[in-house]
Design a protein around this ligand. Sequence first.
Ligand code: SF4
Length: 495
Amino acid sequence: MLKKGITQKFEVGMILARQHRPNGKGRDNMSNKNNLKHKVYVIQPSYRSMDGKLLKRLPLFNFSYNLPILSAVIPSDWEKQFCLEYCDKLDLKSDASVVILTSTGYEVAHAIEIAEHFRSQGCTVIFGAHMDEMSDRLLRKSCDSVFLGYPNHKQMSEILEDATSGKLRPEYDCGMNVDYPFDYSVLKGKGMWFIPMLASIGCKNSCSYCCYTAVSAGHYRLRHISNVMEDVRAAATFRRPLGFLDANLYNNRNYLLMLLEQMIEEKLNLRWGCNFTIDIADDEEVLSQLTRAGCRVMFIGLESLDSKNMLQLNKPYDPARYLNQIRKIRKHGIMVGTYFIMGLDNDDTFSFDDVYKFYQESRVEVPYTHMFVPIPGTPLYNTIRSAGRLHTEAYDNYSTDNAAAFSVPCSVAYFQPAKMTEEELEQNYLNLNARVLTLPKILRRSLKKHFIDTSLVLGMNLEARKKYKAMQAAKLQKLNDKALHTKFHPSSLLT
Ligand code: SF4
């Protein structure tokens, strides 16, 4: 269900073993205030939008729990500094000796700029807690070390100690050690419109196009409910909706029921949402408990209305049942956001009309439509690549040759569709968005009894509209080419 363009594989391939540079001379050597040993600066960078400007508002798909996770495992004798660059100004003069960069995938081009800046200042720069193959491959070249997965307390201590003692390794394989309470205090004052949560990692399914398949191949891990609840209590103090960023909160029915029971018992007055698979619609007991526990919106990857496409995606759900299933969910007072992917092998130019009609009939609150992007490391990527239908170079060109360029645009066909031309796919994709994301339709979808629901649905629809408008403008005015040739200048770090 994750829809982040190029995402989600820990590539363990060719690694350029980097020679460790001794830790930054003249930086925070042992004498910091409060007897702190050293200082680490943890940064989640922003990225450049299609006009080349640095984005200063956190978009929905860039919400991440990485700062709370990493903060929780940094040893207490280290001074910590954090930057969520969407909200905070990057401290280019930070006196930290170690910089940790973490990215959700979109920010890779700008993350390279930041890494190179801090390395030129004598800092040790480490990249980690990422999930995508592309940023891993590209950022390795600009960082002293990379850690894969999430380090636990011991592993983080080891990494930081190695960084300060000249023993830093080029790579640390940490696994998925996230079963401890996260440190939500790092998100205070960021003005986030929902608080990112996590109960599980991975997914029970192994859809052929999905980044999770590349990483966890149909397996998942659950965090202890006590740890999740500790996070929920901390996040509840923000008085904002919570967003569980799990790939699929319906991985394990019994676990979900126990978690919901706890939420209901504690009467935290929560409103929250999460990704689920559509089979949850057939589970009346879970739906009732979800409503009681404060679940107000579900995001579901429906992907296609064509059963042949679903077979190719290895996604075990029946499109003929979708309408009825969505009605069952909405009967429980839960709003629905759906994802569709256009350009799959059995899609032709009529498929766009089918999806439009589905949106009209189902009245889903958040209709997200994406163009198919083959994701490296997934079975479907390999199929398309071996058929000679992939235009892969495009991904890297957007990031490496053009450091100031924005992330990979989602309105470009990076492959040869089976039943359309690239141009037909791109144009029909934009046309569908134009029909779905009109202001009157968005307003109709957003009229809800509760103000928070209205603002949530309105915000997400407007964000989708804004992206569509940017893609349309880029296509019409050929801004893509212009942005690609924008030269990076160090002063643009702050603009
Ligand atoms: S259901 Fe399929 S697409 Fe969704 S997260 Fe799981 S593996 Fe990925």
